[in-house]
Design a protein around this ligand. Sequence first.
Ligand code: PHE
Length: 359
Amino acid sequence: MMSDDLAALRAETAEQLAAAADLRAWDAVRVATLGKSGKLTGLLKGLGAVPAEQRKERGAALNRLKGELESAIEARRLALEDAALEARLAAERLDVTLPPRPAAPAGEGGIHPISRTFEELVALFGAQGFSVAEGPDIESDWLNFSALNIPDHHPARQDHDTFYLPAGADGRRPVLRTHTSPVQARTMLGQEPPIRVIVPGRTWRADHDATHSPMFHQVEGLVIDRGIHLGHLKGCLIDFLRAFFGIADLPVRFRSSYFPFTEPSMEVDIGWNRKTGQLGAGGDWLEILGSGMVHPKVLANCGLDPREWQGFAFGMGIERITMLKHGMPDLRPFYESDLRWLRHWASDPLSPPSLAEGI
Ligand code: PHE
């Protein structure tokens, strides 16, 4: 039988532990019970004053109580720690699927006009069934030139003002790609036709003035299938240009030209007014992109039989079409991180381009 004072201490401690709502309160109970001047410690210290004939029994009871209290106190600590962890998990919960808050400081954070044009290209060509392909900025000279029917010593290599990197083990110097066209070859080598891709990305040429930057962006287009002809190229580009510039009757002209990797090749002009800068039926022509039917040699270089597969390709400068669309006079601010310019031209991240709402 446990004496009354011990039973009272057990009950009192159980009550105080239940009432301890956090680890601080719990620790106070622990110290008041098991600490140096705690209640149980006091009782143990008083054992010497207990008459000898009761001491053994009292000592055993105190030891049992000590064990009980220690486990009760430990159990409460574990429960409180669990609860604290649960509370923290609930409080610090982060739902990464939540959309950004529109209440963010007005005007903070916008989509750069280059990125916006990328998004518009993906939306417009996506609606024509194109998907997006990508390639690296550092490219072998074979993919950037040779595969595209621009052999060594071809004058077009000089035209491109190429940035060369130090030669690799094979003695060839890799290049910073001078156009997105190497991704034409990468795509044909990497997947079976039919192919319908656009390739938005960075390109590099050693050139710098108000309308040229050593780093700029292009978008390439490539379609490979059976029975592809010039009519497909024209329809695809006329539809794209009218939708992108938002001018339903935008005049589009296909002018015979030369690229080593297309035959026939065509540069594409759109109508504008040279005096006002206004796009549309203004009596003047503005060159906007290069295109053509994929050269049979390029198809063969990429493992396709030109008697079975045909295609067309096109490439255009992203900065150029962005400047024309928005009437921007200078190319350099695209890369200057001037906040005033960015705030003026950035678009709302919450309104991505869509065919339904207009590009
Ligand atoms: N790669 C060409 C350039 O950079 C553009 C182009 C791409 C022309 C595809 C024809 C076909 O000027």
